[in-house]
Design a protein around this ligand. Structure first.
Ligand SMILES: Cc1cc2nc3c(=O)[nH]c(=O)nc-3n(C[C@H](O)[C@H](O)[C@H](O)COP(=O)(O)OP(=O)(O)OC[C@H]3O[C@@H](n4cnc5c(N)ncnc54)[C@H](O)[C@@H]3O)c2cc1C
Length: 508
């Protein structure tokens, strides 16, 4: 007999298989021998914190084993995938499922070499424009927090993306946690395992390989041109992320259809993790060892404009995510344990197309670039201001200790952010303070600017009436149809399926 049952138990009981089995069997009124967890979330609305779990019980039945996705070796069919971020990697894996060999072209280095380059950037302020937090194997997702929460479940099979992550080495917990997370320290080996699967089934992965143009024949894209002059001919999945501005430029100059797209910009906010724990778990002192480091999620409207927290990294650090000298961008990441002393989150303001000057495809990008340039300091030191000093607009104290390695420079943030962003942030933060009974609003928290690359400021059009023609499949965050690891992975998967349908029919 198989039976699904919902239970609500203490965090301590939820950490013990025997207690889960006992509680679930009692609730279902059966004597089960084994179980799997289908869903798990924390209910911290009251002091008496509970774990809400959906459990599948097996009584007299065998628990099914994890079913890995099978890949096929190619039979002469091929496709180009530009970019080895989540969209490109999942596109490549999907092609392999259907016996099409992907040729993955990545401008950056392999994920392990990237570790050295990102360390050099963080610790010495030296940027390699082709190997950094955005460019290289794994894309922007490689050194992320690896949060896999997404709202894009209607767009594709989120479960399959998560199962593939598990197949390549992620913990099975991501299959049932309501806010799954992998961790920046666990991601590199998962990405390497994906590469091994691609290579062992006849695909190719080429690093330090910069695509500088597309080759067209009539209205069909038939291949790509590399910076070396080499040409590769096959249909193209373009999954280059939102930091590849050179890609938007060569698409625009070759007549492909682009449009400007709204995005969100703001700052990273860094608190002590202990404060967030006490705020969310209603307790002073040390967090229970059975509870994970707490996170928060806030959203409000300021004069009809969205202001929200974004990409929260409990126990994490703030990192320099720029791809060019003279521009500053910050972002956040955290290791699997999330055991760091600080919590950080983006706090961002919605920017609409009509907020910026011009309506050409690059209008929103120009707005963002201006902020990044204004915030830049030698060595990638970031402008920063204490939270209450910013809210009261009365800079009075120096900055705080921070996880941001290149260092921070005390700055009145109103001097480096556009007035629209600064004033909306200020009102938004006040609203978050009211929602959290003001505990959130402390001068022991630091705002670090700027968080500008939350989503693409440009969309590469891909549906009807497009000038794109056949043979080009823009995918992932850079195409403007996804934001975040899972939605980019889903979008890459969908692009691969469209390519397969168009070029290789129903076979395979
Ligand atoms: C520090 C950080 C933390 C993040 N944390 C999270 C998180 O916890 N959860 C989450 O969901 N999202 C997170 N994100 C966002 C997430 O990483 C992106 O949404 C996601 O990686 C987008 O995937 P993508 O494949 O579309 O593009 P990208 O990941 O940007 O990959 C694009 C790839 O294309 C390559 N490329 C670009 N141009 C060329 C070219 N001309 N030729 C060859 N190759 C090229 C790039 O080098 C890159 O590897 C984070 C981002 C950063 C920077």
């Amino acid at each position: 007999m198989i039976r699904d049952v919902d239970i609500s138990i203490s965090p301590e009981a939820a950490a013990c298989d025997g207690s889960i089995l006992k509680a679930a069997s009692r609730k279902a009124g059966i004597q089960a021998e084994s179980f799997t967890i289908l869903r798990r979330s924390i209910d911290a609305r009251r002091h008496d914190i509970k774990m809400q779990m959906r459990i599948r019980l097996y009584a007299g039945e065998k628990k099914p084993r994890f079913q890995p996705v099978a890949f096929q070796s190619s039979s002469g069919r091929k496709a180009i995938v530009v970019g080895a971020g989540p969209a490109g990697l999942f596109a490549a894996l999907t092609l392999l499922e259907h016996g099409i060999a992907p040729i993955v072209l990545e401008r950056g280095k392999d994920v392990h070499s990237r570790l050295r380059d990102t360390a050099l950037l963080s610790q010495k302020g030296v940027l390699d424009p082709e190997s950094n937090y955005a460019f290289g194997e794994g894309g922007a997702g490689a050194f992320s927090d690896g949060k896999l929460y997404t709202r894009s479940s209607k767009r594709g099979d989120v479960g399959k993306v998560l199962r593939l992550f598990v197949q390549f080495g992620a913990d099975e917990e991501i299959l049932y946690d309501s806010h799954p997370h992998i961790g920046s320290d666990a991601l590199p080996s998962i990405i390497e395992n994906m590469r091994s699967a691609i290579l062992s089934h006849g695909g190719e992965v080429r690093f330090s390989t910069l695509v500088t143009g597309l080759i067209r024949k009539g209205d069909e894209t038939i291949g790509v041109r590399l910076s070396t002059g080499e040409e590769i001919i096959a249909p193209v999945i373009l999954a280059t992320g939102h930091s590849a501005k050179d890609v938007y430029r060569f698409l625009d100059s070759s007549g492909y259809a682009l449009e400007p797209k709204g995005t969100a910009v703001g700052v990273r906010l860094e608190h002590k993790q202990a404060l967030i724990d006490s705020m969310q778990y209603h307790a002073e002192g040390k967090r229970s060892p059975y509870l994970p480091p707490a996170s928060y999620s806030f959203v409000t409207q300021v004069s009809g404009r969205g202001v929200y927290s974004f990409c929260m990294c409990p126990g994490g650090s703030v990192v320099p995510a720029a791809t060019e000298k003279g521009h500053l961008v910050v972002n956040g990441m955290s290791p699997r344990s999330r055991r760091g002393e600080f919590a950080n989150s983006g706090i961002v303001v919605e920017i609409r197309r009509e907020d910026v000057e011009g309506d050409d495809p690059f209008a929103v990008l120009r707005y963002i670039e201006e902020i990044e340039r204004k915030c830049w300091n030698p060595g990638f030191a970031a402008p920063a201001e204490r939270l209450m000093d910013f809210i009261d607009d009365s800079p009075r104290s120096g900055v705080l200790r921070t996880t941001y390695h290149p260092g921070v420079i005390p700055t009145r943030l109103d001097d480096v952010l556009p007035p629209l962003v600064a004033s909306s942030l200020r009102e938004g933060l006040k609203a978050f303070g009211r929602m959290s009974h003001s505990r959130f609003l402390t001068n022991d928290a630091l705002l670090i600017a700027p968080e500008t690359r939350t989503s693409s400021p440009i969309r590469i059009l891909r549906d009807d009436g497009m000038k794109q023609g056949r043979g080009l499949y823009p995918a992932g965050e850079g195409a403007g149809y996804a934001g975040g690891i899972v939605s980019a992975a889903i979008d890459g998967t969908e692009a691969a399926l469209r390519l397969k349908g168009d070029y290789y029919g129903q076979e395979g």
